[in-house]
Design a protein around this ligand. Structure first.
Ligand SMILES: [Zn+2]
Length: 652
């Protein structure tokens, strides 16, 4: 400033001595403008400089913030500050958990392991999933629950190497032409994003997912891809003329080069089975096509595509499964059956029933999974109401007679029978079965498999069983008069006999027995009761929503019974747990006919079915719809579901 004033002073002296006053004023005026101009320019430059400096500072802060791994302490502080956990809990978790943090455990898993409940209502458990959702919201990123069935494993694993993905614990979960979706549990580590973006030539979107899921699928997906790649490599090196054809695939298997015991093929099969168990699949389909073959899982009655394998590999995979199922490896032109007993990761034993079918591109293999814990249930889990349960118990506690379970294929008859037999199989009782096929092996039963090839059918098997001093007998199915005769003989000689029939309702079972050729007086003398059943899908407890029912719809379900319409029922929602279907698991609905003396009198050579049904209803038999209506009232299923499996009910 003093420099400026001196300059003015010199100018002033110079002009006052040598320049006329008017001109002097003009000069002062313009020099003033000049000065102001200078000031403005300097200011602007200075401002620009500050801005640059500030930006740089912000960028550094941002970068350091982004490349900061989550820390237990910080997360606990945030959770306490938001009132999700108490300060004391936060301190406790920190004290016990900070040593684990150094051991590479994700801080959220350390917090989730403590199984804390939210301090404020609704006091829900702070699971890893709930904490992940919280983290996503805090980081302002979308949350994703990884559904492995929706991931195209081959294309996502081809994007980034395993080493790189594992280093940053990131998992690509979806890829399109111009975008890659990458799951991470570290929202403030972004180094990889800048590195990957130019390499992948796509935009990168981040989502926050459960760290345990990321680690698990990271390992699984890359291990699977690696096994397939190596197996393909082997197959290619063994190929002679570079073409793939069916005969050559047979050669590959036979030559033992890409054989069923190949390490990579073994890995693929192990993964496949474990994956199916985890996903609660009931069936695994392996379907060869021209070049690529499909793996599909059936879950809650619906098929889901899971994975594609090169057909060469699929052929080796199927061979491996055939080896495990002790099937004839060389036989590929005839259908075969087999069985594998294995253990799921949870430790429970699982039975797999195998069936092959020759198709144009090779053998198709279907594995049906029987988890004994699913096949055998307690009476309550079967879905029996208290009334139905007491009727059922009355029937099965009789010392001798015939009890029939009826319904179409897949209506849960086997589950009802196994569950009942298991409860009856005490050490002092000999339970024998003759089945086709044996769906589950139970050590307490003596089970026999029907083998038509050697002439062992149901009737023959039953005849043989009767010489084995049985108390309780289960015959897989009554199809012919021979079997029916044997069952009647067994019942008359003091045995309790269980079997199944293919009829739609309980009364029809009596008619069917007569049609087969069983005289009415023998039915009268032996039949204890019939249960007709269906499986309804149960509402997903995580997403079902209260709703109202239309009056007419309710009446059409329960009429002519007078059952008050419930105020609220539940309707299907849709969430990740149930794959957006609104339903999770299945449960039985039942029609129970108990042959009382009054009913027996109506079983005659000229039985009037209508009279029989009326009498049964009078004595408390409810048709399937009513059983379904009760489950609808209890919020377990929906009217639509009952109609779907039990028909519209116009017969009643
Ligand atoms: Zn749901």
């Amino acid at each position: 400033m003093s420099l400026m004033s001196s300059l003015f002073y010199i100018l002033f002296v110079f002009f006052t001595t040598s320049v006329p006053t008017r001109e002097l004023l003009t000069v002062i005026e313009s020099s003033g403008t000049l000065t102001i101009g200078c000031w403005i320019t300097c200011g602007t430059l200075w401002k620009v400089e500050i801005k640059h400096w500030k930006d740089a500072l912000e960028e550094t802060t941002r970068q350091s913030q982004f490349d900061r791994k989550l820390e237990l302490k910080g997360l606990l502080e945030d959770l306490a500050a938001e009132g999700l956990i108490s300060r004391q809990d936060a301190q406790k978790v920190y004290r016990s958990g900070h040593s684990k943090e150094r051991g590479d455990a994700h801080p959220l898993t350390i917090i989730a392991d403590r199984r804390l409940n939210r301090v404020s209502p609704p006091h829900e458990l702070l699971t890893l999933e709930a904490l992940t959702v919280w983290l996503a919201r805090k980081a302002n990123l979308p949350y994703l629950r990884i559904d492995p069935l929706k991931i195209d494993v081959t294309s996502v694993t081809s994007l980034v190497s395993y080493a790189y993905a594992a280093r940053f614990k990131i998992l690509p979960v979806d890829v399109t032409e111009d975008r890659v979706l990458i799951a991470t549990a570290e929202p403030y580590v972004r180094e990889w994003e800048n590195e990957l973006s130019p390499i992948l030539h796509r935009n990168i979107s981040r989502v926050i997912s459960n760290p345990v899921d990321i680690n698990r699928y990271l390992l699984e997906f890359y291990a699977l891809t690696e096994s397939v790649k190596r197996a393909v490599g082997k197959a290619a090196s063994n190929r002679i003329d570079g073409t793939i054809n069916l005969e050559q695939l047979v050669e590959l298997g036979r030559a033992g080069k890409l054989d069923a015991n190949d390490r990579y093929v073994v890995n693929i099969v192990d993964w496949l089975l474990q994956y199916a168990f985890d996903q609660r699949a009931s069936d695994i389909h392996l379907e060869p096509h021209r070049e690529n073959s499909d793996v599909r899982f059936r879950i809650d009655g619906v098929l889901h595509p899971v994975y594609q394998l090169p057909t060469v590999i699929m052929s080796a995979v199927i061979s491996r499964i055939k080896v495990l199922g002790r099937m004839d490896l060389a036989e590929k032109r005839r259908p075969q059956d087999g069985r594998i007993k294995t253990r799921a990761q949870t430790g429970s034993e699982v039975e797999l029933r195998l069936s092959t079918m020759p198709t144009v591109f090779g053998e198709k293999l279907v594995m049906r999974i029987f988890d004994p814990e699913i096949v055998v249930k307690s009476f309550e889990e079967l879905g029996l109401s208290s009334n139905e349960l007491s009727r059922w118990k009355q029937m099965v506690s009789q010392p001798y007679g015939i009890i029939l379970v009826t319904g179409p294929t897949g209506s849960g008859k086997t589950t009802t029978l196994y569950s009942t037999l298991k409860q009856l199989a005490r050490p002092e009782v000999n339970v024998c079965t003759v089945e086709d096929p044996i769906e589950m092996i139970e050590p307490r039963f003596n089970q026999m498999q029907v083998q038509p090839a050697i002439g062992l059918d149901f009737a023959g098997g039953l005849r043989n069983l009767l010489r084995q001093d049985p108390d309780i007998i289960m015959v897989g199915e009554i199809r012919d008069i021979e079997t029916a005769d044997m069952a009647v003989q067994a019942a008359l000689t003091g045995h309790l006999v269980f079997s199944t029939l293919h009829t739609n309702d309980a009364i029809s079972a009596i008619v069917r027995l007569m049609d087969i050729g069983v005289p009415h007086y023998l039915i009268r003398a032996t039949l204890l009761g019939v249960v007709a059943q269906r499986l309804v899908r149960t509402l997903c407890p995580n997403c079902k929503q209260p709703g109202e029912i239309d009056d007419d719809l309710w009446q059409s379900l329960v009429s002519p019974w007078k059952i008050a319409k419930p105020k609220t029922i539940f309707l299907p929602g849709g969430c990740l747990e149930c794959r957006e279907t609104g339903y999770l698991g299945r449960m039985g609905i039942y029609e129970m006919l108990r042959t009382t003396p009054a009913l027996r009198r109506l079983i005659r050579a000229d039985t009037d079915v209508m009279k029989l049904r009326e009498q049964a209803m009078k004595e408390g038999m409810h048709p399937l719809h009513i059983s379904g209506a009760q489950k609808t009232c209890a919020g377990l299923t929906t009217i639509e579901e009952v109609f779907r499996v039990a028909g519209t009910g116009e017969d009643f």
